[in-house]
Design a protein around this ligand. Structure first.
Ligand SMILES: [Zn+2]
Length: 267
């Protein structure tokens, strides 16, 4: 194997590890965010649940008050009716009938109030049952997630340190000047750092590389960078013979020669 090919392969191997490191770091970052998102959801539903519960408590106390008012009225009406029996004066009797009428009317209003309260209590109870079911679901999920958070983080951090060890081993195999070029790009660019060029297109930025760069790339002399995104590039056909086969099949299908493809992607 030529030195060039060996270096590219070492870099691709390093890139593979860096890719795994990148993914696991993303997950380590995402996990606590998920839990705090869950916490917010739980707080919101908890608040909704207490609000309905407070409302039900208030309505129930209102209902109690109305009930005792009604009982009180019934007693007073009863008293008045008893007194009415003892009245001998007609005028006084009529006055008492009016009084009883008024009391009975007031009591009917209270009964209506009571009906409205009972309906509202029923409505809030149904609402509470719904919210309570959701509350229990969210609570269980939130508790599970926060309980598992630390162990999952520990697990992922352990995996990360294993990857870091593998990375160190892998990096030791790359010649220092090549490695420092790789690291220089890695610090400035999103993952990945080294990418194949397929059909004259850089797989890092998906932009066609100039024909001159492509010719240089095929010569297998030095590691080149994509003029557009600066990522290290290699020609995929040097490392994947089946790519050449695929390309031939493609150009035969479309009836295009390689030369026109190169010209076409120049724009
Ligand atoms: Zn590029």
């Amino acid at each position: 194997m030529t030195l060039y090919k060996k270096q590219i392969e070492q870099l691709v191997a390093l890139q593979q590890i860096d890719h795994e490191i990148f993914n696991i770091r993303q997950e380590i970052k995402k996990l606590p965010q998920e839990v705090s998102e869950m916490e917010k959801q739980f707080a919101a539903i908890n608040e909704e649940r207490s609000r309905i519960s407070d409302k039900m408590e208030y309505l129930t106390s209102q209902e109690k008050r109305v009930n005792s008012d009604i009982e009180e009225d019934v007693r007073r009406i009863e008293d008045s009716k008893n007194k009415m029996m003892q009245v001998e004066n007609t005028r006084e009797y009529h006055a008492m009938i009016r009084e009883v009428d008024n009391m009975e009317r007031a009591n009917r209003t209270r009964e209506e109030e009571k009906m409205i309260l009972m309906e509202e209590i029923q409505r809030q109870q149904d609402l509470f049952a719904d919210v309570d079911a959701r509350y229990n679901e969210v609570k269980a999920e939130y508790e599970l997630k926060s309980r598992n958070l630390q162990s999952k983080l520990d697990e992922m951090n352990a995996e990360l340190s294993k990857l870091m060890e593998r990375r160190a081993d892998s990096a030791r195999e790359v010649p220092p000047p090549v490695l420092s070029r790789y690291e220089f790009i890695r610090e400035r660019l999103e993952n990945p750092v080294i990418v194949p060029v397929a059909n004259c297109v850089c797989k890092g930025c998906n932009i066609a590389i100039p024909p001159q760069t492509f010719i240089e790339l095929q010569k297998i002399q030095q590691i080149l960078s994509c003029p557009n995104c600066q990522r290290l590039i290699y020609w995929e056909e040097h490392f994947d013979p089946s790519a050449a086969f695929r390309r031939t099949a493609q150009s035969e299908q479309s009836g295009q020669s390689e030369a026109t493809e190169t010209e076409g992607s120049e724009e």
